[in-house]
Design a protein around this ligand. Structure first.
Ligand SMILES: CC(C)(COP(=O)(O)OP(=O)(O)OC[C@H]1O[C@@H](n2cnc3c(N)ncnc32)[C@H](O)[C@@H]1OP(=O)(O)O)[C@@H](O)C(=O)NCCC(=O)NCCS
Length: 139
């Protein structure tokens, strides 16, 4: 297995296929296309011609959110997820100049927080911050 990592945004069909592979719901085509286009950084992992994983970050230079970290089930447990998160964090860091401070937020799927703790993320609440909050809006 020779995995290559590429800065690239998947097309919407591939994105939906990756989400479906891990039993996540998909958004509408229009919403997905717009969201993917607005990614600040997006990494895909390929095994030959097949895209086997992805992850992306949205943000403004001060605050970033990591989303859509997806590794196809048959490729999980091979450090591909780790490589993707590391590459996203490197891209974010590369943009920083001296004196900058930036924070990266994410909400882990149930039971996945241990994966992010291994990448240096701190579980909230902690001594500095309260719990994370989320509001989901439907139209
Ligand atoms: C979670 C996910 C991204 C991890 O990617 P992966 O490539 O399988 O994970 P890695 O091989 O890079 O694992 C790195 C480390 O995290 C650990 N880890 C992986 N999943 C974990 C979990 N759910 N809980 C605790 N630790 C976990 C691994 O054991 C490994 O530990 P080690 O370094 O001590 O060996 C992947 O399993 C996945 O896509 N799951 C379905 C979608 C999902 O839930 N994504 C996360 C959204 S928040």
């Amino acid at each position: 297995m020779n995995i290559s990592y590429i800065d690239n945004i998947p097309d919407v069909e591939l994105y939906h296929d990756l989400r479906t592979s891990v039993d996540w719901k998909v958004f509408s085509k229009e919403q997905s296309e717009k969201a993917l286009k607005n990614s600040r950084f997006c990494i895909i992992a390929k095994d030959g011609e097949q895209t086997v994983a992805m992850g992306r970050a949205v943000g403004d230079g001060m605050y970033y959110t990591i989303v859509d970290v997806i590794v196809r089930p048959q490729y999980q447990g091979k450090k591909i997820g780790t490589s993707i998160v590391n590459r996203l964090m490197e891209s974010i860091e590369d943009e920083m100049t001296d004196g900058c401070r930036t924070s990266i937020q994410l909400i882990a799927a149930h039971g996945k927080e241990g994966f992010y703790v291994k990448q240096g993320f701190k579980i909230l609440p902690n001594e500095y911050s309260g719990p994370a909050l989320r509001k989901v809006i439907y139209t």
